[in-house]
Design a protein. Structure first.
Length: 384
């Protein structure tokens, strides 16, 4: 069935306001400086909240702005298209999960963080040194003791652990023999006694921390369990579907940003007495980059429509993330090639986009896991 992606007047006004905010108040120099210093762009995150942009999808009763998933993905793509760090825009994902399986108090805290500081309320503390794609191998444990819950273990590659106020920790009940029911999620204060956070050094994503997290006899209450006991793994899988759509959205915006920078450069750069854009090899690159950007955007919006219809995105979100993460990297790499030596310097934002987008093929599920998830669903659909 054909889908009409024509934007409403409200959506067009939203995207216009995003462009105006970023272009007027947060020039590329702001992001370049914060990237070089490895500094969290707190002013930018706060501005997104103050202008209602990061409040999209937050329930009205919690001070948010109702918005469907198509509108939310359009906003994320536009932020990325402006060259801004859209990977900080995970508030909608946090709300999506808490609405589905969080308690009223956890939902309130999630909305409160978004509306006050603009920061996502929590980081996802899932990955461990010995458990990345295979979350079932997680060894962080929880146990009931003297009316409390005590958590012990180590997490790694946790995005935003140094900036966000809380963590959603996946932990195993060592007494449960059924791996499908062994895991639960817990709401943990990032500053709680026993929590130690060490930032890691990495290639990109310099505007937000990625950390090792140590949990040494961290005590939480029964009310801090997120969702039903033993349903932690299932809730994580539900969270991942939306995370992958968000991954694909920002990849699309970053690719469009790089494409436009390269096209402008091709008109300006003179070689052999004429703009390099007159060279058919450059035109071929630009034409294929444009097609890839169009395909990515269509895939993202199609998947967002499914989300709005409350249809399963297990296959399509995996395909969208796989295609958009890989294809965005191809587009940005071609943009660097068109811009030559300049594209490889920090003076050109395409170099930052290239470093940042490379992470998208790993975080939220690797390419290989996306192929595994989508492949199983495809075979299932054609099985007699």
């Amino acid at each position: 069935m054909a889908i009409d992606f024509t934007m409403t007047e409200e959506q067009e006004l939203l995207l216009s306001s995003i462009r105006e905010l970023i272009n007027n108040e947060f020039p590329e120099e702001y992001f370049r400086t914060h990237d070089e210093e490895g500094k969290y762009p707190r002013e930018f995150v706060k501005a997104l909240a103050e202008n209602g942009i990061s409040l999209l999808g937050v329930p009205e009763e919690h001070g948010g702005i109702p918005a469907d998933y198509v509108t939310q993905m359009l906003a994320i793509m536009e932020i990325a298209k402006c060259g801004a760090p859209a990977f900080l825009m995970t508030n909608g994902q946090c709300m999506h999960s808490m609405i589905h399986f969080g308690s009223p108090e956890q939902l309130r805290l999630t909305a409160e963080s978004t509306s006050t500081t603009g920061d996502p309320a929590y980081s996802l503390a899932l990955t461990e040194p010995g458990a990345g794609s295979d979350n079932n191998a997680a060894t962080t444990t929880w146990e009931r003791k003297d009316g409390k819950i005590v958590i012990n273990g180590q997490k790694t590659f946790i995005t935003g652990a140094a900036e966000y106020p809380y963590m959603l920790v996946l932990a195993r009940d060592p007494k449960c023999e059924d791996p499908k029911l062994a895991f639960s999620l817990f709401w943990v204060d990032a500053k709680a006694p026993g929590v130690k956070i060490n930032p890691l050094h990495k290639i990109g994503w310099h505007l937000v921390s990625t950390c090792e997290v140590y949990l040494d006899n961290v005590v939480v209450e029964e009310k801090d369990m997120v969702g039903e006991e033993g349903k932690g793994f299932l809730n994580v899988m539900y969270n991942f579907e939306m995370e992958r759509l968000i991954n694909a959205s920002r990849c699309t915006g970053f690719a469009e940003c790089a494409f436009e920078d390269a096209a402008r450069y091709a008109n300006q750069r003179i070689a052999f007495g004429k703009p390099i854009g007159f060279n058919q090899m450059i035109q071929e690159k630009l034409a294929l980059m444009k097609v890839k950007c169009m395909n990515m955007r269509h895939l993202v919006l199609s998947c967002a429509v499914q989300a709005d219809r409350k249809e399963s995105m297990r296959e399509t979100a995996a395909l969208a993330k796989l295609y958009c993460a890989r294809t965005a990297l191809e587009v940005i790499d071609d943009a660097i090639q068109i811009m030559g030596g300049l594209g490889y310097t920090n003076d050109a934002r395409v170099s930052r986009l290239w470093r940042d987008v490379r992470c998208e093929r790993i975080g939220g599920g690797t390419d290989e896991i996306m192929i595994y998830i989508a492949g199983r669903q495809i075979l299932k659909a054609f099985r007699d």
